[in-house]
Design a protein around this ligand. Structure first.
Ligand SMILES: Nc1ncnc2c1ncn2[C@@H]1O[C@H](COP(=O)(O)OP(=O)(O)OP(=O)(O)O)[C@@H](O)[C@H]1O
Ligand SMILES: [Mg+2]
Length: 462
């Protein structure tokens, strides 16, 4: 029996029984004692009042009258002379009463005395009241009350507690039922649901509407399963996109290498085809490199090594690198920076970030336009922006451009050789630096991407 409902039931049952036992013990002793005291006090009072009557008139008629009065009551009276010889009695004497009559009465005074008060061990409790006539001891009034009276009360109490015990047992069985319905059953359902998830089931349905802890658990399991499904779908989509991305340049390479190897081609034609093959190979290499970077980032194997870097120097280096491609597209790059700004970043990775941003700007800006790369400091934080005068990005696409393999215009991006990984790499690198990337864009006007570093990474600025 390893069920939660059973364990809880047993626990409740034990608590009820324990409380009941303590109550019983407490009431039992209190009730028995007070009942006993009450009986004894009454008995002594009655004995004393009989004695008082007898002290006024000590004759046979009064004696008979007293006996007659007691014969109707549950208690009984025995009156003896001073030598303890019975003069009158309300009922025939039992051996135990006889035994009590023989007890020594040395320390009995006029207010009487309890002879035997042990209701548990004896059949009777008894009191004695001495009769004195004109200063002389004339006899004794003995009163007896059967202990049955007290015992009856105690027995009643025991029976009631026994009844409560049975009710507790019944309630426990009921509680186990209810608990198993309200607690264990939903838990078992959730357990089955999670097992289903492990086995690869897509959908979990837990119809638990209550907003208690179990409801929250059910909600978490459903959220988890949805998240799992989303991840599965993402992985499928990603794999599909990746295979497509890899297949396209490979198809080009295969096709153009077939054409290039044909006989009778002029050198010029051959060079043209080889150029395309080279371009596609470079694209493929870049794609694989980017994917590899992202995979490393996902596995947290991607470390950044920060060092003090002058942003101006870094930008000049990047400018130098993109100079040929800028002139190829007839574009000019304006770099605005402050030589005093030194930041704490991974120079290699940051160069990659800037190259990616510039690459995008170059790809999406028409010839004879300007691209701006500038540094600004606001509230102690450095911002690096790359702004172009290109086609811009539609507002509804902005939230997605940092997603992997996302491209706004799929067919045209392909022309530019983009695969939609650049900005996701930018975002990962900047986030590794605990910075932020923001984008502003207007269709037909241009796009501006800004990287804001955290305060601590700005080392010097005057
Ligand atoms: N400056 C920009 N102007 C207009 N559109 C842009 C600009 N930068 C990015 N985009 C859009 O956002 C998409 C995602 O950019 P991202 O750099 O991630 O991919 P990509 O440039 O297509 O490919 P990759 O960078 O991997 O070669 C681009 O395909 C493009 O549609
Ligand atoms: Mg790009």
């Amino acid at each position: 029996m390893n069920k939660l409902s059973f364990k809880l039931g047993v626990f409740i049952f034990t608590i009820i029984i324990l409380v009941e036992a303590i109550l019983f013990l407490f009431l039992y002793t209190n009730l028995a004692n007070s009942r006993e005291e009450e009986v004894l006090e009454n008995l002594l009072a009655r004995g004393n009042s009989h004695r008082d009557v007898l002290e006024k008139r000590f004759d046979q008629a009064t004696l008979n009258h007293v006996a007659l009065m007691e014969s109707e009551a549950e208690s009984l009276v025995v009156i003896t002379n001073r030598d303890k010889e019975v003069i009158v009695q309300s009922e025939p004497l039992q051996p135990e009463i006889q035994h009590l009559l023989n007890k020594s009465l040395q320390d009995v005074n006029h207010s009487g005395k309890v002879l035997d008060g042990h209701w548990r061990s004896s059949q009777y409790v008894a009191t004695v009241s001495p009769i004195t006539l004109e200063g002389e001891m004339a006899g004794y009034v003995y009163m007896f009350s059967p202990t049955m009276v007290v015992q009856r009360v105690i027995n009643q109490l025991s029976n009631q507690f026994l009844l409560v015990g049975f009710i507790a047992l019944f309630l426990t069985v009921l509680a186990i039922f209810i608990l198993s319905h309200f607690i264990t059953r939903p838990l078992v359902r959730m357990k089955k649901a999670t097992e289903g998830l492990i086995e690869g089931k897509d959908q979990v349905n837990l119809h638990y509407k209550q907003n208690d802890e179990l409801g929250q658990l059910a909600h978490s399991i459903v959220t988890l399963s949805n998240e799992l499904n989303r991840l599965k779908q993402d992985r499928k989509d990603f794999l599909a996109s990746i295979s497509h991305e890899l297949r396209t340049p490979l198809t080009y390479i295969k096709g153009y290498s077939n054409i290039a190897s044909r006989k009778g081609l002029s050198e010029e034609e051959q060079n043209h085809y080889l150029g395309i093959i080279k371009e596609e190979t470079e694209h493929l290499t870049q794609l694989v490199k980017n994917l590899f970077d992202l995979a490393k980032m996902d596995q947290n194997e991607f470390s950044i090594e920060k060092s003090p870097v002058s942003l101006c120097d870094l930008m000049a280096k990047v400018h130098e690198k993109v100079r040929p491609i800028l002139s190829e597209h007839d574009l000019s790059l304006r770099v605005r920076c402050d030589a005093k700004v030194v930041v704490n970043v991974d120079a290699e990775r940051f160069q990659q970030v800037l190259l990616n941003l510039l690459d995008n700007a170059i790809k999406h800006t028409p010839a004879h336009s300007h691209i701006d790369m500038s540094v600004s400091v606001e509230n102690g934080r450095v911002g690096i922006s790359v702004t172009d005068e290109g086609e811009g990005i539609p507002e509804e696409e902005l939230p997605y451009i940092f997603e992997r393999l996302y491209r706004v215009d799929k067919s045209r991006s392909r022309e530019y050789g983009g695969s939609g990984l650049g900005l996701s790499i930018v975002k990962e690198i900047v986030e590794k630096h605990e910075g932020e990337v923001a984008v502003k864009s207007e269709l037909g006007q241009g796009t501006s991407l800004t990287i804001v570093l955290k305060k601590e990474d700005l080392l010097t600025y005057e």
